[in-house]
Design a protein around this ligand. Structure first.
Ligand code: CP
Ligand code: NVA
Length: 309
């Protein structure tokens, strides 16, 4: 049995295999020929943070695969009143076939996985957002930019930046990350990614200069400056991120064929301008739709792995 907790646990071949599956499922979805890949399977979806895309895509995805999703907000289940993760995992995983969790520390999802009898998927933690990166890379493939990919991530050294690091390190593409001073990526995650990059040939550059990162890039991406749980730091962060907005002038530094990606929700006028969001280079809604297809790929892949053992 496998879990999907971080891309660091996956090989390049496995990541590409899941994406191939996602593409096949997307084609069938478009033709409305839903195959019952996971008949009568139940996906438990535990949310300790808000969500639009993750919730809708997982719930719709499992339904289209022939199963059903259970939306379990921590406000409503006993986890929110202090029931331990380990007990919650042992109870829920005796009843459902797969679990998706959105929570705070990565250690919490690891704790759940340790006690779970069924595969666990990371639907975002403070450290990582691996399912988002599967959709992002699928969008890059569809745009025909996966060969000679030069990705520039401009913004906070957060969960998105960390998952970009993992993806680049595994697949072997060039990634430049530009953050303001004091908002750099986690040193341990970076060190592990650089170690993995030695095997894949990925070129990873860390800088405090957004222009240096974007120059000649084929994919430009960013994320909110204020992640969930950091609301109290908003004022200070907005000040510290001055000069990091991806606007049209920044996009001009990238290659002409470059695309703009954002996991959403986006805060126009902060990390990205309205003009870039609405430009023809912006593939943000294709990217959002691909959450559905990529996650169906992840669920089917994990379900098959479970049957194999
Ligand atoms: N990108 C993303 O995970 O969106 P939600 O927070 O709406 O799920
Ligand atoms: N970095 C953001 C991503 C939201 C999808 C957060 O963690 O809030």
């Amino acid at each position: 049995m496998r879990h999907f907790l971080t891309l660091a646990d996956y090989s390049k071949e496995e990541i590409l295999e899941i994406l191939d599956l996602a593409k096949q499922i997307k084609d069938e979805t478009k033709q409305r020929e839903f195959k019952d890949y996971m008949p009568k399977r139940t996906l438990g979806m535990i949310f300790e943070k808000s969500s639009t895309r993750t919730r809708v895509s997982f719930e719709t995805g499992i339904y289209q695969l022939g199963g059903i999703g259970l939306f379990l907000s921590s406000n409503d289940i006993q986890l929110g009143r202090g029931e331990p993760m380990s007990d919650t995992a042992r109870v829920i995983s005796r009843m459902v076939d797969m679990v998706m969790i959105r929570t705070f520390e990565q250690a919490k999802i690891e704790e759940f996985a340790k006690y779970s009898k069924v595969p666990v998927i990371n639907g975002l933690t403070t450290e990582y957002h691996p399912v988002q990166l599967m959709a992002d890379y699928m969008t890059i493939q569809e745009a025909g930019l996966d060969k000679d990919l030069v990705a520039a991530y401009v913004g906070d050294g957060n969960n998105m930046a960390h998952s970009w690091l993992n993806l680049a390190a595994k697949l072997g593409f060039e990634l430049r990350i530009a953050t303001p001073k004091g908002y750099e990526v986690d040193a341990d995650i970076l060190a592990k990614s650089l170690e993995m990059a030695k095997l894949s040939g990925a070129k990873i550059t860390i800088t405090n200069d957004p222009k240096e990162a974007i120059k000649g890039a084929t994919v430009v991406t960013t994320d909110t400056w204020v992640s969930m749980g950091q609301e109290a730091e908003k004022e200070r962060r907005v000040k510290d991120f001055t000069g990091y907005m991806v606007d049209s002038n920044m996009m001009k530094l990238a290659q002409e064929k470059a695309i703009f990606l954002h996991c959403l929700p986006a805060y126009r006028g902060y990390e990205v301008s309205d003009e870039v969001m609405e430009s023809s280079q912006s593939l943000i809604f294709e990217e959002a739709e691909n959450r559905l297809h990529a996650q169906k790929g992840v669920m089917v892949w994990l379900d098959r792995k479970r049957d194999e053992v």
